[in-house]
Ligand binder design. Structure first.
Ligand code: ADP
Ligand code: MG
Length: 226
């Protein structure tokens, strides 16, 4: 029996605006296993961010079943959701979201200061080992505006891993990168999956860059295509 990190069954999300209702996810079902690499591929507006936001407990489902690490996350209040995210989930974004006034090192250290009560020396050791894992140790004292897009995304990957989450969610992490760099970033995430056993779930609108991943879901108009 495989152990699932995420299990979604007939998951639906409807956004209500003043004028209309938008059915962003129309009853979708999928599973994500431990230490896996899963991709959601679909055009803009197909529901990728909506899906990752639900799995990442950034937003709530409208109906259906969603278990993340065997927990029914929709029952959580705001405080519980925040704690759950901090403990279990790392995020990587399309526009990197590094803090501009912090160095590369400090950007990676930041989540550790926020969620874990550990000594400065221990923090530095964790940060350095992650910097090495993403090949950015020699760039540690630079500011985000002094490094390239690919390097920023490496830092964002390291930052997502600081708290040793079981699940890392990456919403179009390669959208702002050229093709070569995008391939490198995907391979880096895959190496890290093998090394740390972290599951990566990432979305892209570019099917070309995900040829070798083990699980692919194609999403279109809020539905998973067979
Ligand atoms: P993708 O990430 O694949 O581009 P999204 O999940 O962002 O797609 O969007 C799916 C659909 O839901 C789109 O029609 C989008 O306009 C709509 N949508 C997304 N977020 C909101 C929101 N906060 N309020 C209303 N509609 C939204
Ligand atoms: Mg999106």
């Amino acid at each position: 029996m495989p152990e699932y990190l995420v299990k979604a069954n007939n998951l639906k999300k409807v956004y209500h605006t003043e004028e209309i209702e938008i059915e962003a996810l129309k009853s979708i079902s999928f599973t994500i296993e431990k230490a896996s690499f899963v991709t959601f591929i679909g055009p803009s507006g197909s529901g990728k961010s909506t899906l990752l936001n639900l799995v990442g407990c950034l937003d709530k489902k409208t109906s259906g079943e969603l278990l993340v690490l065997d927990q029914d996350v929709s029952g959580f209040n705001v405080k519980e959701r925040t704690a759950f995210r901090g403990e279990n989930i790392g995020f990587i974004f399309q526009d990197f979201n590094l803090i501009p006034v912090l160095t590369v090192f400090e950007n990676i250290e930041y989540p550790l200061i926020m969620v874990k009560n550990i000594s400065k020396t221990e923090r530095a050791e964790t940060v350095m080992s992650l910097l090495e894992a993403v090949g950015m140790a020699d760039q540690r004292n630079k500011m985000p505006n002094q490094i390239s897009g690919g390097q920023k995304q490496r830092v964002a990957i390291a930052r997502a891993l600081t708290t040793q989450p079981k699940l890392v969610l990456a919403d179009e992490p390669t959208a702002n990168l050229d093709h070569d760099t995008a391939y490198k970033i995907i391979n880096l995430m895959r190496d890290i999956k093998d090394k740390f056993g972290t599951s990566f779930v990432f979305s892209t609108h570019d099917p070309k860059i995900v040829n070798e991943v083990n699980v692919k879901y194609t999403i279109e108009d809020g539905k998973i295509k067979e």
